[in-house]
Design a protein around this ligand. Structure first.
Ligand SMILES: Nc1ncnc2c1ncn2[C@@H]1O[C@H](COP(=O)(O)OP(=O)(O)O)[C@@H](O)[C@H]1O
Ligand SMILES: O=P(O)(O)OC[C@H](O)CO
Length: 549
């Protein structure tokens, strides 16, 4: 296929740290892009809380879109997009009023731990209580626990939901739903910065992260909603309609909503960002996987139409659905809460590096970690441990260690955590992963990528286009409007740029992994009692299971 400069597809990538708008050509090349960071709100008196301002996020999205379209114009591309897709940080939850468009509260971010107690209370001593139906363990990570917190704590929201005349005005949504609602509404009379009355939808990948969706049927289930939100009653009408990931949802309003560049452009895809990265890596066959090193770290493997339950601390989730009639594809996922954010912490809190690339320069000042390990359990440990009682620790320090070792240990932690979920995916699926495709900000770090290959013992492959998350959303949107005919055509656009082959000998690898496991054991049991979680970790402590790590 020759490149057609008049056919372009845009992708909004609304991530935890920033928002991007990226425009792709029919060859899957980036024609133009722009990016903006947004405010990370960490309320000081509440440790573990993390919020975003939904209005700022929409404003930044609009600014990025307009800036990218201006750049396209300067490069003499067509400025009319054939379609636009959305990919988003998942689980981050917003409640807003359907009539005014005004949020009731800030967005509660996915890694916020305020709902740990709520998750424990729902678990009633068994954190796998809803796993068979939802694919998820009970943890603060998931959107449903955040809905329950909002209802417990935000009086105006609770009042509206309990008022028969107003309850139909309440919307709960993840960032995708919020952005679609904004892009398809009209200027709100209540707040000049936002819009109201738009379309209220989501896709199956995002919906699979609430604890409210039946994974096999892909519909909201009132029994699940009640189990999570009791005593509050949340009608299913307060939740967005679940649609396929690649699908014409609506047409953007453009001028009316303050984003003239999207006027009449079909909004043709929604995918959670990790699923979009899987799609952008063209991991379409069962057994194909990708690992994304962003704020967190997310290893995901396509399991095809099979729902594979996890016995090793992973999530079972929707990978994507391309059109109404296509079979839904599922995935196993290892979600790790802190990766790039650990590097940000070195920069912002410890101030031992001035930017993320300097973490590599610093780490290269020493040949090894010299026995120093850094377990970044800032929000407890997610997969495969699910231990909310864990806290971050740096262990094994002697007086000869310096900041170079701390940087090295922070980078190595991403590789060790990847190893944990890599082994869990192999154990759950009986698939032997022969390579690992990678993407995300952390893959700029050559030291990390080489160490990653050494620790998992298979080649690590970087694609030519690193914006795989945006690319996945653009591919899904382009498929919905016929820019690309099928997934095979897309597969041919993907090319590798760099491969890191494992070099470390097995003895060194095993002793490094043993050190990591010991460090993890030191991070546990730090905050209160967590008997439930301990039960879940028993498989890790059993000598037979430990061999796979
Ligand atoms: N050279 C680098 N070495 C290590 N980490 C890096 C490097 N460059 C960027 N990062 C990390 O990557 C993250 C940003 O990656 P990105 O994929 O944009 O994340 P997100 O989608 O979560 O916003 C940041 O947390 C940053 O610390
Ligand atoms: O925005 P990212 O890349 O950190 O991804 C966040 C995940 O979607 C959370 O589940």
């Amino acid at each position: 296929m020759n490149e057609n400069p008049n056919k372009l597809v845009g992708a909004i990538d609304q991530g935890t740290s920033s928002t991007r708008f990226v425009v792709f050509t029919t060859k899957g090349r980036i024609a133009a892009s722009s990016q903006m960071e947004h405010t990370q709100i960490f309320p000081e008196s509440n440790a573990g809380w993390h919020e975003h301002d939904p209005v700022e996020i929409f404003r930044n999205t609009a600014t990025c879109i307009q800036a990218t379209l201006q750049a396209l114009e300067r490069k003499s591309y067509a400025v009319f997009l054939s379609a636009v897709g959305i990919t988003n940080q998942r689980e981050t939850t917003i409640a807003w009023n359907r009539v005014t468009g005004v949020p009731y509260y800030n967005a509660i971010v996915w890694d916020d731990t305020r709902t740990t107690g709520i998750a424990k209370a729902i678990a009633q001593g068994n954190s796998n209580r809803l796993r068979d139906q939802t694919g998820l363990p009970l943890a603060s990570y998931f959107a449903g626990t955040k809905v329950k917190w909002l209802l417990d704590n935000v009086e105006a929201l609770r009042k509206d939901l309990e008022d028969d005349a107003k309850s139909s005005e309440v919307c709960f949504g993840t960032i995708d739903s919020w952005l679609v609602y904004q892009l398809t509404g009209t200027k709100s009379n209540h707040d000049g910065a936002i819009n109201s009355g738009g379309v209220f939808v989501t896709d199956a990948t995002n919906a699979s992260r609430w604890l409210f969706m039946d994974l096999a049927a892909r519909v909201w289930d009132q029994t699940l909603v009640n189990a999570v939100c009791a005593p509050h009653r949340v009608p299913l009408s307060a939740l967005p309609e679940i649609c396929p990931s690649s699908h014409v949802y609506a047409t953007c309003k453009g001028i009316e909503v303050g984003v003239p560049g999207l006027d009449k452009v079909p909004l043709a895809a929604i995918l959670g960002d990790q699923q979009a990265a899987l799609f952008g890596q063209t991991a379409f066959a069962p057994g194909e996987a990708k690992n994304t090193y962003g704020t967190g770290l997310f290893l995901m493997m396509n399991t095809g139409t099979k729902i594979v339950p996890s016995k090793h601390g992973l999530l079972t989730t929707v990978a994507y659905q391309i059109g109404q009639n296509a079979p839904v594809q599922y995935a196993l996922e290892g979600s790790v809460s802190h990766s790039g954010s650990t590097i940000q912490w070195l920069r912002d809190q410890l101030q031992i590096i001035k930017d993320a690339p300097e973490s590599e320069t610093m780490a290269r000042t020493c040949d090894s970690n010299q026995g120093l390990y850094f377990v970044p359990a800032f929000s407890g440990l997610f997969a495969p441990h699910w231990r909310s009682d864990a806290r971050a620790c740096i262990v094994g320090m002697t007086a000869s260690h310096h900041r170079g070792h701390v940087c090295r240990a922070a980078l190595e932690a991403a590789a060790y955590q990847t190893h944990e979920v890599f082994a869990a995916i192999e154990a759950d699926s009986n698939v032997t992963l022969r390579t690992l495709n990678v993407d995300g900000g952390g893959t700029h770090n050559q030291l990390l990528m080489q160490f990653q290959a050494d620790i998992i013992g298979v080649p690590v492959v970087k694609p030519a286009v690193m914006e795989t998350t945006s690319m996945g959303a653009a591919f899904a949107a382009g498929l919905a409007v016929g820019i690309w005919q099928d997934q095979q055509e897309i597969k041919e656009l993907w090319t590798a740029a760099q491969t890191f082959n494992p070099k470390m000998d097995v003895e060194e690898r095993d002793s490094s992994l043993a050190g990591w496991r010991k460090a993890v054991s030191k991070s546990l049991d730090w905050v209160g009692e967590d008997q439930d979680a301990k039960k879940e970790d028993i498989w890790l402590l059993c000598p037979m299971n430990r061999n796979i790590f």
